[in-house]
Design a protein around this ligand. Structure first.
Ligand SMILES: [Zn+2]
Length: 407
């Protein structure tokens, strides 16, 4: 009897063991299945792998970034992925912080981050030139060709803010450039309705830039528009609020150009200057709450010396303003933000070219400015690289934590 009971017990245990084995296999298969069905888990696992193995991570990032960049957070559909992109960007920054150009690369790119940057000034854009049009007027076709020419010559757009903040991030060997647009003309930008949606008119500078960006995303889609919100601004369809938001949502910047394009040189009272600059900001705050215009473009020069401070700082009807940078109607390229000569309150601009060449307009500088005098990037936003003979041009107080590399 005892033996029989023992045998029965053994059989019972065997059955339980077999059941447990079957269950384990089943559980494994089911778990694998859920992993496959849940796409979220896949990238998470692979990015964890990247962190463990930086070398292989670099390869996969290079493959995945272009697709991220073309869709980079512009549409709200991509918003959910933004956090992922941000962490990718951060990883990229951290990586580039460790990347140094080899001697071969230094010889090839000749980085000079003490050099000059062109801040280009545009005004009107039209279909065809009329007689008398000069550097204040550009046709859409000329503008289209200009973008291609600039791209081919290695220029890349950066925002005015990134320029002032010395936050320049363009590929090694490329030259940063800033676009500015004064007066808020319709040729610069206007909205049209397309399939029930308001979009930038293709026959506007913004429309041309958007089109160019589709095939040359690395050129950059940046620019600052200096507006007079008391006058017609980007005349076309949509409300003024919709027009401003369209630009801001796409990463363009809006700067102050006084409420009504007054001649500051003829103004004799501090009140009037503050009404014109603070009043423009007040209007902006009503249209786009929270948006601060802290860069200023001078309409027809400066006021008298005792009033200049009100251009920089002031207050109107409870609205305070402080301009970090002041654009002048200029004639020449401006120094690097880490150059001893850089003064954000006096930024010289290069006038765009029109039908007739003008001394020191953009076309003139494109053929006369030597690459060795331009800001040529080392490709790393965390370092400032200069050849030995330019080292003395650097203001070390302006490095702001960035590492200076002299070669
Ligand atoms: Zn103007």
């Amino acid at each position: 009897m005892k033996i029989k009971v023992k045998n029965k017990f053994r059989a019972f245990v065997s059955i339980i063991v077999v059941c447990l084995l079957i269950y384990s296999v089943y559980a494994l298969v089911v778990r694998k299945g859920t992993d496959k069905d849940n796409p979220d888990t896949v990238p998470e696992n692979s990015s964890a792998g990247d962190q463990l193995n930086p070398e292989s991570g670099e390869d996969t990032k290079d493959d995945s970034n272009p697709s991220n960049e073309t869709g980079s957070g512009e549409s709200s559909e991509n918003k959910a992925d933004d956090s992922n992109n941000d962490s990718n960007d951060q990883e990229k920054d951290n990586e580039s912080a460790n990347v140094r150009l080899t001697e071969e690369e230094l010889a090839k790119y000749k980085p000079n981050e003490a050099g000059k940057i062109m801040v280009v000034m545009f005004h009107n854009f039209i279909d065809t030139y009329k007689s008398g049009d000069k550097e204040y007027t550009t046709t859409f076709n000329d503008f289209r060709n200009l973008l291609q020419e600039l791209y081919d010559r290695g220029y890349r757009l950066i925002s005015l803010s990134d320029y002032i903040n010395n936050n320049i991030n363009v590929e090694a060997g490329c030259v940063p450039m800033v676009f500015t647009f004064d007066d808020g003309t319709a040729g610069q930008f206007n909205l049209v309705e397309e399939n029930g949606k308001l979009v930038a008119n293709r026959q506007s500078a913004v429309g041309v830039m958007e089109e160019f960006n589709k095939t040359h995303p690395d050129f950059g889609l940046k620019g600052t528009f200096f507006v007079n919100l008391g006058l017609k601004t980007f005349d076309g369809e949509g409300t003024l609020e919709e027009r401003l938001k369209y630009l801001i949502d796409r990463g363009f910047e809006i700067g102050n150009h006084t409420l009504e394009h007054v001649k500051l040189s003829e103004i004799t009272s501090a009140e009037k200057i503050q009404q014109q600059i603070g009043g423009n900001q007040k209007k902006m705050s009503e249209l786009v709450p929270g948006y601060i215009m802290d860069t200023f473009s001078l309409p027809y020069g400066l006021p008298s010396e005792n009033l200049v401070n009100y251009v920089i700082e002031g207050e109107f009807e409870g609205i305070k303003y402080k301009n970090r940078a002041i654009m002048e109607v200029g004639w020449d390229p401006n120094p690097s933000p880490v150059n001893k000569k850089f003064n954000p309150l006096s930024i010289h601009r290069v006038r765009a070219s029109g039908i007739e060449p003008v001394q020191a307009d953009l076309a003139w500088w494109l053929s006369n400015l030597k690459r060795e005098n331009e800001y040529v990037s080392d490709g790393n936003p965390n370092t400032v690289t200069v050849p030995k003979d330019k080292e003395e041009e650097i203001d070390k107080d302006k490095l702001n934590g960035k590492e200076l590399i002299v070669y």
